[in-house]
Ligand binder design. Structure first.
Ligand code: P70
Length: 459
């Protein structure tokens, strides 16, 4: 392979998008309570809210929709999905769900007892919600560098084994049902875990009888970074690396709306048939029969094909991460503060550095996301104090060190020229950053507040 990469596909169908005027966008963001989750997509030009469920499927996946088997029980598409999951991830037991949080719900319910502690390499919103909903408490054991946007550590997703050991000593291994280990940590800025750390973490947990459950939602992106950055992996395929990642775990939850290249779907994968039996007992009550979970037959067929396709060659993931790095490098050249190294699924703007005149309780990242939208029609997502929510015991805001706006790139959807437009927009806001005002709540939902919260600017 040369050093110049390109997309390993050509475009067969397009979806028109509309550029709105700045006046329209002012009105739209006011109506949306300064929350980009509440904008209508018709009012958005380039949508970088999320890489979740927003990927473009291939012609083979679309063809699979026609071939999906909609039988209630024993669908052929389920068996195809099972075969694909086993082949690519290497787990034996498949529990299909409607999306990632469905799998998190089942896993939390079968493993967590009230009063338990669940360590993890940084929280994820829905994951922590389900851990707390099951009566557990989340404990962060990620390396310190993960909380520093400027730290250039190549594996900022790693578990800090000293923190993990200290937690085991403090609460006792019998109160830790499992470690929740996220690959390519979303809230840290799409930062990978090294293979050496995965292995060491698994060994430490095994010594104490603690299970390791991956959040393998973006494990493919993690595999690519291991190939790029870790000794001994440069000549291995991402397919092999992904299998090895999963080998250091007892199971995984996956939101298939990311790596797996589908618009909806997910699964829980396990090695232990007894745990799988318990999960399926809940599955039939909360999601659907064990051979479809929350998916239609066509969803499962498209998913099976997406799983196979993502690792067929390394060219797909190379172009995917390459596009994210293209955007990140252009922003760096423009002097914009972003999380480094550049992550796998998006570029994360450091709102704390950019809007240093705003205190964190005026929600700088929320304000920055709204401002970028008004400037350009580009939609990003707050990943800061609003997302972090409140401590369930004290009721105070969690104040995360990372106060970020995520510009998340859907897979196979936008072009390099779109990325150039994004750079232009962020530059413009950066130039006028001192004029950006803080926000206050006008409506604050009790849980997962970032989705539906409303704000107004502080005069
Ligand atoms: C995002 C999406 C979903 C997600 C994830 C990881 C590492 C589980 C899930 C849940 C969607 C999202 C979710 C909550 C807040 C904002 C956005 N992440 N684990 O945009 O999967 O959505 O399928 O239930 O990233 O990052 P699902």
């Amino acid at each position: 392979m040369g050093t110049v990469w390109a997309e390993p596909y050509k475009i067969k169908m397009v979806e028109p998008i509309r550029i709105t005027s700045v006046e329209e966008r002012h009105a739209a963001i006011r109506e949306a309570g300064y929350n980009t989750f509440l904008l209508r997509s018709d009012d958005v030009y380039i949508d970088l809210l999320t890489d979740s469920g927003t990927s473009a499927m291939s012609d083979r996946q679309w063809a699979g929709l026609m071939l999906g088997d909609e039988s209630y029980a024993g669908s052929r598409s389920y068996y195809h999905l099972e075969e694909a999951m086993r082949g690519v991830y290497g787990y034996e037991e498949l529990v299909p769900t409607h999306q990632g949080r469905g799998a998190e719900h089942l896993l939390s319910q079968i493993l967590i007892e009230p009063g338990d502690t669940v360590p993890g390499n940084m929280y994820f919103t829905t994951t922590r919600f389900h851990q707390e909903y099951a009566g557990g408490r989340f404990a962060d054991v990620i390396v310190d560098s993960a909380h520093d946007p400027a730290a250039l550590d190549p594996f900022k997703g790693n578990v800090d084994l000293t923190k993990l050991q200290a937690l085991i000593d403090e609460v006792g291994a019998d109160r830790i049902p499992y470690l929740s280990l996220e690959t390519n940590v979303n809230m840290a800025g799409g930062q990978p875990v090294s293979m050496a750390n995965l292995q060491a973490t698994y060994e430490l947990c095994r010594q104490h009888g603690i299970l390791v459950m991956l959040d393998a939602t973006r494990a493919l992106e993690n595999a690519w970074f291991i190939k790029q950055r870790e000794d001994g992996y440069a000549d291995r395929s991402v397919a092999e690396i992904l299998r090895e990642i999963c080998s250091y775990s007892d199971g995984a939850t996956v939101s298939s709306k990311k790596d797996n290249l589908v618009n909806i779907g997910g699964f829980l994968a396990l090695r232990d048939p007894e745990l799988a039996r318990q999960a399926r007992a809940l599955l039939v009550a909360f999601e659907g029969l064990h051979t479809y979970g929350g998916m239609s037959g066509r969803d499962m067929e498209a998913l099976a094909r997406g799983i196979e396709e993502m690792v067929e060659t390394d060219d797909h993931i190379r172009a995917r991460v390459g596009q994210v790095e293209y955007l990140g490098n252009k922003l760096l050249e423009a002097g914009i503060p972003i999380v480094q190294p550049i992550g796998g699924h998006g570029v994360f703007l450091d709102a704390r550095a950019m809007l240093s005149h705003l205190p964190q309780d005026q929600f700088p990242a929320q304000a920055l996301a709204a401002e970028i939208y008004v400037e350009s029609g580009v939609r990003g997502m707050e990943r800061g104090v609003v997302s972090a929510g409140r401590d369930p015991v004290t009721g105070d805001h969690h104040y995360p060190e990372l106060e970020l706006v995520r510009l998340t790139i859907p897979r196979r959807v936008y072009t390099q020229a779109h990325m150039d437009v994004v750079v232009e927009a962020v530059r413009q806001v950066h130039t006028n950053r001192d004029a950006v005002r803080g926000l206050r709540f006008t409506h604050e939902p009790e849980s997962l507040r970032f989705f539906q919260a409303r704000f107004e600017p502080i005069e």
